[in-house]
Design a protein around this ligand. Structure first.
Ligand code: SAH
Length: 260
């Protein structure tokens, strides 16, 4: 997870830490497929889909394999998109995946052009409320969104945990708070579920920790790299201790009324 308002050096170091990961945020193919099953698009053909903040494309490749669709893979980090392209080619999916280097807050896609907008571990970068509102006009009537968003699972998270996440992401709220935001922005929620702990640990933090020694070796002279790694360790420890209180929640929802 990155922090807002970061420097160029920090961005380069964050990309270097994450580029060899299977995923750049908590998530797993099992959770991706579970959310995709909620969309019930299996028998539709010729779909147009955007994967916002796709990173190196773990979810993009699942979508490309499971759907009859063109997938527009959007990220503002070019190195991630280059890695995505090589992974997509390895699996011969290049005819279905179109990487686009853009800001997902304003991706310049045609209005009402998308059947489905996907975003895993990414929307917090532009804010959940702003994101779901900015993306709605891009959806076809009754188009779908499938978005994972961090949130509180309980009403009483410990103070230190609350402070950590409110500093990192001031918009963080409860699952019912996010459901309210979806409704207010003109979506009908079809399903929602909590990301598995394997998605956090087996597919994100543990592989990152396995790369950490080499990473710190590559950037031995960089206090910034050490600070980034310390931050990730702290975040992982918070998840291990307090996973009953917070997680990513996957929301699958349908656009209800037309956008004016
Ligand atoms: N969806 C991927 C990556 C999650 S990490 C996965 O689940 O593995 C968040 C991603 O969002 C990173 O790849 C980051 O480069 C991208 N990102 C952050 N802010 C962005 C923005 N404003 N526009 C486009 N991409 C952005």
């Amino acid at each position: 997870m990155s922090q807002p308002a970061i420097t160029r050096e920090e961005m380069a170091l964050i990309i270097d830490l994450h580029i060899d990961g299977e995923r750049q945020g908590p998530g797993s193919n099992t959770d991706t497929i579970r959310a995709l099953d909620c969309c019930d698009l299996g028998d539709r053909t010729g779909l147009t889909v955007a994967d916002m903040g796709c990173g190196t494309g773990a979810s993009t490749r699942v979508l490309a394999k499971k759907l009859d669709a063109q997938i527009i893979a959007i990220d503002f980090a070019r190195p991630f998109l280059l890695k995505l392209q090589s992974r997509v080619r390895e699996q011969a999916l290049q005819d279905r995946v179109f990487p686009v280097c853009a800001d997902m807050a304003k991706p310049s896609l045609p209005l009402q052009s998308l059947d489905l907008i996907w975003a895993e571990g990414a929307i917090y970068n532009i804010g959940f409320s702003a994101g779901i509102r900015a993306w709605k006009p891009l959806l076809k009537p009754r188009g779908l969104i499938a978005i994972s968003e961090i949130g509180w699972l309980t009403n009483n998270p410990p103070q230190s945990l609350r402070k950590y996440w409110e500093d990192a992401y001031p918009e963080i709220t409860t699952v019912s708070g996010s459901l309210e935001k979806l409704k207010a922005a003109g979506y009908r929620v079809l399903e929602h579920f909590t990301l598995s702990s394997a998605a956090w640990l087996d597919h994100y933090y543990q592989p990152m920790m396995a790369r950490s020694e080499q990473y710190l070796g590559r950037h031995a002279a960089s206090p910034t790299a050490q600070a980034i790694m310390a931050q990730e360790r702290k975040e992982m420890a918070l998840y291990e201790k307090y996973h009953d209180h917070f997680s990513y929640q996957f929301y699958v929802a349908e656009s209800t009324h037309p956008t004016r």
